[in-house]
Design a protein. Structure first.
Length: 354
């Protein structure tokens, strides 16, 4: 489907959903809501089906992926589903030796730091991730009109895990490579852009109606470094999926100073964390893009009244936007009360109904 074609038949309802309309900056019946990390440890039904199954293995079982992806849609009545997977799944699929350690995150056995190491990053083909195609096929059948968001990790955030060997506070090895060997860095990011683009294409071709590029840790960079050393690779990813005409969301944490550039990289929707009010974010991003965000996920621990007050602030600050998708400023924290999330969805729907 191209950007200008409207779909026909059963896809029409999905195309006309509040979520996809908001991404396209069209009028909506209510502000759509979904949550990053809506599937996961905040849900008892998730913990139950995941029992005894390692994270990466669970991503490779289409029936389990389908069930976990649907759980928050059933429970919270969110306006979109996000595909249950992880940003390191495509790296694992091309043979990188890595694991996701509970309570830690992705850990890479042999970090990538030299030119010879780059050979371990081959191109991803649809055959490497057949379980993704299969799961999305099952999901789109079950979801009906609810859109499915596909996603991938952006080149910088993936590079950070690969170069550091695991989660990092200061990204010192990553920045050492970026500044110390710019050519090797550019080649690394370019390869990651190709892998990421291929992973997103698989998801769109299987039926994802939108994609989100997670550059979770890129807020660690100054704007000039982002523009020079990261933006070309992220822009390559966005260009690679442009022909499908599905909304492209770009999100990072602590990216207040980067919001304009992250839009410029090729996003249709810019995700904003809780540090910048949405009206100010809109000034930084400029016209022609929708915004997504941005309630502080920790506010959900403060009780219903406080959640409503802070949500009202987000909605007020979004009042003049061309398009707004309500979300948290980062993922749902694992100990969040799921009922607080359900109430929040209802609050946003009721208070934005037009
Ligand atoms: O509902 C959803 O959002 C869908 C699933 C999803 C997961 N990871 C599942 C997951 C998504 C969108 C991601 C993306 C992801 N993974 C990001 C970008 C989003 C962000 O939070 O900024 C990043 C940085 C990762 C890497 C990663 N994987 C981390 C930091 C962790 C947490 C480690 C921990 O245990 O605290 C993971 C593991 C992971 N990915 C879990 C889930 C549900 C937890 C593992 C489990 O439940 O056993």
């Amino acid at each position: 489907m191209s950007a200008i074609d409207r779909p026909s038949g059963q896809q029409t309802k999905t195309y006309d959903s509040a979520f996809l309309k908001a991404c396209r900056r069209e009028p909506v019946p209510h502000t759509p809501v979904w949550f990053m990390r809506q599937a996961g440890r905040s849900l008892p039904e998730y913990l139950k089906v995941r029992e005894g199954i390692p994270m990466l293995e669970s991503c490779m079982r289409p029936e389990l992926v389908t069930e976990i992806t649907l759980q928050p849609v059933r429970r919270h009545k969110v306006d979109a589903a996000i595909f249950f997977s992880d940003i390191v799944v495509p790296l694992k699929a091309i043979g990188v030796d890595l694991d996701i350690k509970p309570g830690v995150g992705p850990v890479v056995a042999e970090p990538i730091r030299t030119r010879a190491d780059l050979d371990r990053l081959r191109t991803l083909t649809p055959d490497d991730v057949r379980y993704v195609t299969e799961a999305i096929g099952m999901l789109t059948g079950e979801l009906g009109a609810t859109p499915l968001i596909g996603f991938a990790g952006a080149p910088f955030t993936l590079a950070s895990y690969l170069v550091e060997g695991g989660p990092s506070r200061n990204h010192e090895h990553t920045k050492a490579l970026m500044h110390g060997d710019p050519e090797l860095w550019a080649d690394l990011l370019d390869r990651l852009a190709d892998i990421t683009a291929a992973f997103l294409k698989v998801q769109i071709e299987a039926g994802a109606s939108a994609v989100q590029l997670f550059d979770s840790w890129v807020g660690a960079l100054a704007p000039a470094d982002y523009r020079r050393s990261v933006m070309p690779a992220s822009a390559k990813v966005f260009r690679a999926v442009e022909e499908y005409g599905v909304p492209r969301i770009h999100f990072g944490v602590g990216t207040g100073e980067l919001l304009g550039l992250m839009g410029e990289a090729g996003a249709d929707v810019v995700g904003v964390d809780w540090r910048v009010p949405l009206d100010e974010a809109a000034r930084r991003v400029g016209p022609g893009k929708a915004l997504q965000g941005n309630l502080d996920p920790a506010v959900l621990f403060a009780g219903t009244e406080a959640v409503e007050t802070k949500t009202r602030e987000v909605l007020d600050s979004a009042a003049g936007l061309e398009g707004h998708v309500f979300n948290l400023g980062h993922g749902v924290l694992p100990t969040t009360d799921p009922d607080a999330l359900t109430r929040l969805v209802e609050y946003v729907h009721t208070n934005t109904a037009r």
